[in-house]
Write a protein that binds this ligand. Sequence first.
Ligand SMILES: Nc1ncnc2c1ncn2[C@@H]1O[C@H](COP(=O)(O)OP(=O)(O)OP(=O)(O)O)[C@@H](O)[C@H]1O
Length: 252
Amino acid sequence: MNNSPVIEIEDLWFSYNGRPVLKGINLCLNQGDFTAMIGPNGGGKTTLMKLMLGLLKPGKGIVKIFGQNPRQAASRLGYVPQEIGINKDFPISVMDVVLMGRLKTLKGWSRHSRKDRDAVQKVLENMDMWAYRKRRIGELSGGQRQRIFIARALVTEPDILFLDEPTASVDSVHQADFFTLLKEINKKVTIIIVNHDLMVISRYVKSVACVNRTLHYHNAARVTDEMIQMYQCPVELIAHGIPHRVLRTHNN
Ligand SMILES: Nc1ncnc2c1ncn2[C@@H]1O[C@H](COP(=O)(O)OP(=O)(O)OP(=O)(O)O)[C@@H](O)[C@H]1O
């Protein structure tokens, strides 16, 4: 992979109903980056991700994905949102949910190909969910369902994968498997992940962006003093476990 920029954000401002949420954001991520977005609740991480996906429009400033407007690059982007509202009674199987991720490979009304099914099988096996393929999506636990939605994003074979707290209800064993899988995927795919537990992901990510109205980017998987002072990130990190390994200086 070369080091060409895939995401370029310049002086981005965004408000909801006149209330500013993001101010003067600048960010440039290269192909092959694996970036964790951290920061306090309500700091604007999801909003920034939606701006990169073209789901929200900037109030001011520029967002370019592969040099294009995010909407033009949509087919190259995979997204697992923080909350996926589904009707649990909807009679759709796990296999069908993940196959939906292959819709863009379908031409006209043609059925899914052997290749589509093989791709789904591979991802479901990786996610340890192949045995559940015939189950109705509503019958799964929250964590199992989350893994299915991650699988659906992965089978789209995106060039950039956006994950908004994808492991919030995934247990620690499956989290470790999941991040190992992401690391493998990152050999070909640029990844941006919102995750509060930098302790867990610091072994996998290459850079950290801390978002709290403004953005501070650090090109290494480490929280800096500046982040600590400006964004109170350690509060999050301490709340989620053992912060000291990832903090450079910390006086408690
Ligand atoms: N649709 C909306 N309409 C109005 N305000 C919103 C909307 N979505 C988010 N906000 C507000 O914008 C701010 C940033 O929200 P956002 O969801 O981007 O934060 P976050 O960093 O992802 O938070 P968390 O860690 O809790 O998921 C919050 O104050 C939130 O209340």
